[in-house]
Design a protein around this ligand. Structure first.
Ligand code: GAL
Length: 302
């Protein structure tokens, strides 16, 4: 699979799973993302909401389309799942206590002024997920976001807030379906978005982009010894050709396989979002807690 390009599923169709995440459950990998498989609305940089797609794989290269895990609802204009809204950056986590899969996403109006999150649940990884609620977490505006599950299985919503100036880290309830009221603001006034978070050897890391919409910019990583502690922006983690522009990509998720961390990027095509590409790149760390992302032309899976 050529990094930076759109990838094909095992039926030869374009993989529609943008802004997504990969999780492993009972030996199977599931990739969830925004289905953007239709033309941009004329003259705009948006595609109407289709839903959250789900793909499965055993090797992270051969992906089988499992259908829409969460579908748009064209029948109800007031629903946050109506095609005229925005549904971005879906992230799925499995809750061991309830045996349910919980899907969080950036839920918004077409003009991005609602600035909230949506939460949906399912008993199976492929869905159908049922929407529980949409909200502004802790009464804070929320745009780009991710979900991170800590080593003690406590989960957190990490979201751009305060008009994208600041990131909030908000703890979730035990069933992962809501925020529990505790949150901290980090990287205050640093204007970062597209957070992707991981933990390695006593340190939490967060890769973010700057706020330039679909247009690429330089990634930066931040780190903190405590998740709710004092995060510091460090540097661009990327190396190799095109590192300065994040290889024309934007961070979306970090996952771990066989004790190695990998980052997923979206390579947006604002005028033709359905053709936006993907890359998956390895992350390495040195003993000074610096993070390096290395470009490879190809993603070969595991
Ligand atoms: C980006 C963001 C995407 C999408 C886009 C819309 O900054 O990361 O998820 O919201 O803006 O312009």
């Amino acid at each position: 699979m050529k990094n930076g390009q759109i990838w094909k599923d095992i039926d030869g169709n374009d993989i529609q799973a943008h802004g997504g995440c990969i999780i492993e459950h009972e030996g199977v990998f599931y990739w969830y993302g925004e289905h953007k498989g239709q033309d941009n609305c004329p003259g705009t940089r948006r595609v109407d909401v289709i839903g959250v797609s789900c793909y499965s794989s055993s090797d992270l290269v051969n992906w089988k389309y499992e259908g829409l895990a969460l579908s748009a609802d064209p029948s109800d204009e007031n629903s946050m799942l109506h095609p005229s809204k925005v549904l971005e950056r879906p992230k799925v986590v499995y809750n061991e206590k309830t045996n349910r899969f919980v899907l969080w996403f950036h839920s918004d109006s077409a003009n991005y002024l609602y600035a909230g999150v949506g939460v949906a649940v399912s008993e199976t990884p492929t869905g159908p997920f049922k929407l529980l609620h949409t909200m502004q977490p802790n009464v804070q505006d929320s745009r780009d976001m991710t979900i991170f599950v800590d080593t003690d299985k406590t989960a957190y919503l990490i979201h751009s807030s305060n008009w994208n100036k600041t990131l909030n880290i908000a703890r979730l309830t035990e069933d992962y379906t809501n925020v529990d009221g505790l949150y901290v603001s980090v990287l205050i006034d640093q204007e970062r978005e597209a957070p992707a978070v991981c933990y390695r050897d006593g340190m939490y890391y967060m890769v973010t982009s700057g706020c330039t919409g679909w247009n690429y910019n330089s990634a930066l990583f931040a780190r903190s010894p405590q998740l709710l502690g004092k995060w510091k922006l460090i540097d661009n983690p990327c190396e190799g050709p095109g590192y300065r522009d994040t290889y024309q990509g934007q961070s979306t998720y970090i996952f771990t396989v066989n004790d190695k961390d990998y980052i997923m990027f979206d390579h947006w095509k604002p005028q033709d979002l359905k053709s936006s590409g993907y890359s998956i790149l390895p992350i390495t760390y040195d003993d000074q807690s610096n993070m390096t992302i290395t470009w490879n032309d190809e993603w070969k899976g595991i």
